[in-house]
Design a protein around this ligand. Structure first.
Ligand code: ADP
Length: 197
C-alpha cells in the first residue's frame, strides 16, 4: 500500500500516519521528520535547511526529492509506505511519479485531510501547550509567525498538489474537522473499498 497524506499543518496527518503505519505494517516517510533529524545532527543539509524551516518556508525541491528517492529504496519500503508532508509542490509530485515509474511502482491512494483554516492556529497552540506540559522541546516553527508562513506556503505551493492528483483521478478528500475516530473510520472505509476494487 503506497499512500500520500495531504493537508495543511495541523490537519492531523501525523496522527493518521501513525495509525496507518501499524495497520498496514509500512513505514511513515515524513520529510519534516527527516529534515528535523538532519538539523539535529547538524549535517550540511541540516545546516542549510535550519533557517528555512524556522521561518516556515519550504526547503528546496532538490533536497526533499533526494531524501525521498533514497528512502523508498530501503528494504522496509518493499510493502509500501505512507508519505506525510511530501509532495508539497507540483514539482515534487512530478518528481515522485518519475521515481516510482522507474521502479514500476504507483501510488495507490492520495488522501487529503480537508480542514477549516481558522481551526488550525488553535490546534497548533494546543499542541505547543501539550508539548510544554510533557516537558518536551517545542518545534522552532510552532509559533504564530512561522505558522502564518507555513499556511502561506501551503496555500501557494501545496494546494495545487491536490489539484494535480484530482486531475489524475487519484485524490480522495476526507473531512479532517471530524474527531480522530471519525476521520480514521472514514479513511479506513475508503481504503477497504480501494483494496477490494
Ligand atoms: P507540518 O507539521 O507543518 O506539516 P512538517 O513537519 O511536515 O510540517 O515540515 C516542517 C518543515 O520542514 C516545513 O515547514 C518545511 O520547511 C520543511 N519541509 C518538510 N517537508 C517538505 C517538503 N516536502 N518540501 C519542502 N519543505 C519541506
Amino acid at each position: 500500500m503506497r499512500l500520500i497524506l495531504l493537508g495543511p499543518p495541523g490537519a492531523g496527518k501525523g496522527t493518521q500516519s501513525a495509525r496507518l503505519m501499524q495497520r498496514f505494517d509500512i513505514p511513515q516517510l515524513s520529510t519534516g521528520d527527516m529534515l528535523r533529524a538532519a538539523v539535529k545532527a547538524q549535517t550540511p543539509m541540516g545546516l542549510q535547511a535550519q533557517a528555512i524551516m524556522s521561518d516556515g518556508k519550504l526547503v528546496s525541491d532538490e533536497i526533499v526529492v533526494g531524501l525521498i528517492a533514497d528512502r523508498v529504496e530501503q528494504p522496509d519500503c518493499a510493502k509500501g509506505f505512507i508519505l506525510d508532508g511530501f509532495p508539497r509542490t507540483v514539482a515534487q509530485a512530478t518528481a515522485l511519479n518519475t521515481i516510482l515509474h522507474k521502479k514500476h511502482m504507483d501510488i495507490d491512494a492520495v488522501i487529503e485531510l480537508r480542514v477549516d483554516e481558522t481551526a488550525l492556529l488553535a490546534r497548533m497552540e494546543k499542541r505547543v501547550q501539550q508539548t510544554i506540559a510533557a516537558g518536551h522541546p517545542v518545534r522552532s516553527d510552532d509559533n504564530a509567525e512561522a505558522f502564518h508562513s507555513r499556511m502561506e506556503a501551503y496555500r501557494e505551493m501545496t494546494a495545487p498538489v491536490s489539484a494535480f492528483y484530482a486531475d489524475a483521478g487519484q485524490l480522495h478528500v476526507v473531512d479532517g474537522m471530524a474527531n480522530i475516530e471519525e476521520v480514521s473510520a472514514s479513511i479506513d472505509a475508503f481504503l477497504k473499498e480501494k483494496i477490494a476494487a
